[in-house]
Design a protein around this ligand. Sequence first.
Ligand code: FEO
Length: 398
Amino acid sequence: MNTTFIRDGIYWIGVHDYTTWLFEGMWPIDQEGVNYNSYLINDDKVILIDTVKEYMAEEYIENIKSIIGDKKVDYLVVNHMEPDHSSCILAVTNEWPDVKIIGNKKTFPMIRNFYEYNKNFIEIENGQKLDLGGRELQFFLTPMVHWPESMVTFDVQSGTLFSMDIFGSYKATVGSIFDDENEVETFLEPTYRYYATIVGKVTEMAKKSLEALTPLVPSISMICPSHGLVWRTDPNYILNLYIKLANAEVDEGVVIAYATMYGNTRESAEIIADELRKCGVKKILMYDVSRTNMSYILASIWRYQGIFLGAPSYYGQILPSMENLLYKLEGNKLRNHVCGFFTDFSWSGGANRVFDKFIQNTGAYCPGEMVNVQGYPNKDDEEKLREMARAVAQKLIK
Ligand code: FEO
């Protein structure tokens, strides 16, 4: 059994996933795991807030029964239809066939398509309140954060915001789900990585949703997201962090992400790092994009202001491992960054043209000239790389 009483009749009935290797088939969670947080309000009526991933269905249903005994589940609020939270809907309806499902007009077509289930739906509008046996819940639509049907639920009695993916993070909670019983700093990098990979592309919508929720903030005493910690003591910590993330506010520091085939592009990256040190930059993170899952690079890029991207040409194009990163970065956009680009080629270019197009598409701010090295960087190349590094360093926040 794995449930935790929170307060005001609210229970955490989530599960820890240490089995999945790649979240969404892309983002590694094998080292730290992830939580699928589901919640239960045990009052005059029994209300579930979201479910968990299907392969834990049996444990999930047993956990619910361990709290409510012979009572039945009356309502299931579906804040979000991504299967990490919705794929136990049928497990719930099979066990308690009269359960009423609360969602919005974009939720129900998805339930029909995903699960061929089509009854007992209660459709809510943005801002609507429902009295569920004396427990008043209010619903706010947060479209595209992270899917079109996404919404959050506010429990008026306890001041709890069930925030779905918003305010979530990677990393399973070990031992306790509560912010005050964890070192919250250990969730900082997993929160950046989660935001950059899951929310990054829709950050403008996240910003709008956070702005729309602003009038609710004074009433929020606790934030219960679908991933990561339950913020019962310091909800402002995660609220302020998400506002920072949604506004793409960057910290002091530089990320150098390079692809290399025989080490020449890496040598250019080392020269840039050396010059940055001479300019007084202390926080420098260097990644080989072929060796590091891009989620870690995206997280660092979301966080730090300076970005250098370097890659060799490859059959008139760019090495594919860098192309993947560029694809995702074009979605995430480079907003408050200062950038530099460098390439390597043996007999003809290609990477430089790909970078030029990327700069054009994203509007990346580049105070220095791109450096294109043929083979191993010679003295002239080295001076150009150092010049570019100095140009970026001069624009960095201190
Ligand atoms: Fe955790 Fe968008 O699902």
